[in-house]
Design a protein around this ligand. Sequence first.
Ligand SMILES: [Zn+2]
Length: 258
Amino acid sequence: MARAAVPLRHHMVKQLADQLDLSFPKKSPAVYVHEGARQVLARRLEQVGRMPVALSITDNRHSMIHATRREGILRVRLHHMFLDAPVAVVDALARFLIFRDREASGIVGRYIDVHATRIRPLESTHTRTLTSDGVVHDLKAIYDDLNETYFDGEVDARICWGTEATRKGKRRTTIKLGSYTAQERLIRLHPRLDQAYVPRYFIAFVVYHEMLHHVMPATRVAGRRILHPAEFRAREREYRHYEKAIAWEKAHIDRLLK
Ligand SMILES: [Zn+2]
């Protein structure tokens, strides 16, 4: 692969060069990206640079910007912080990527500095605030078992108990038992599941479902985000206690809602 034309080299403005990393991790975590915003950004880069641009959005920790030019197409990977960057920054980014404009690289570098808080933190500094060991159930142990059994140990998400949202007045009619955010690579379980009457196999089912979201990023069909395509549901049914878990949920949903 030719990686010639956009020389993000060290003699460039150091501030920016420090943020650049030309090697890309093989398994970048998935990010849910607003497709409309991605297209707007790609179009603007094309307008300013006057060349076709293939743009993908990342959640990388080290590589904020990566670009190669091949066969007349500029292939760019950008951190999601650029999705809502002001026009002036986007224009500078295009000038930097295509014309190696020095002033532009200063603008982009400053933007990255100011938005550094949006870069995913190191796990070691972050996991401390997350609790996976509940009163009754240890989520990490459940997650580790599932990871070995169903994913060859390859899932590298994080897991924690969520916190109970305060509700005013209204009776609860639905409950979100689990969630997954790609940006944080974090699985959260509803704290109401941390009770003795909730069997481990059911908690494991909720965790398994969220782990599938980690390994099967949402797709888009005709502009709609598809979270649970047929393939997802098929894998979900591979869970050993699938039928039992579904039945348990049905039988106990009222108690969970209380
Ligand atoms: Zn889901």
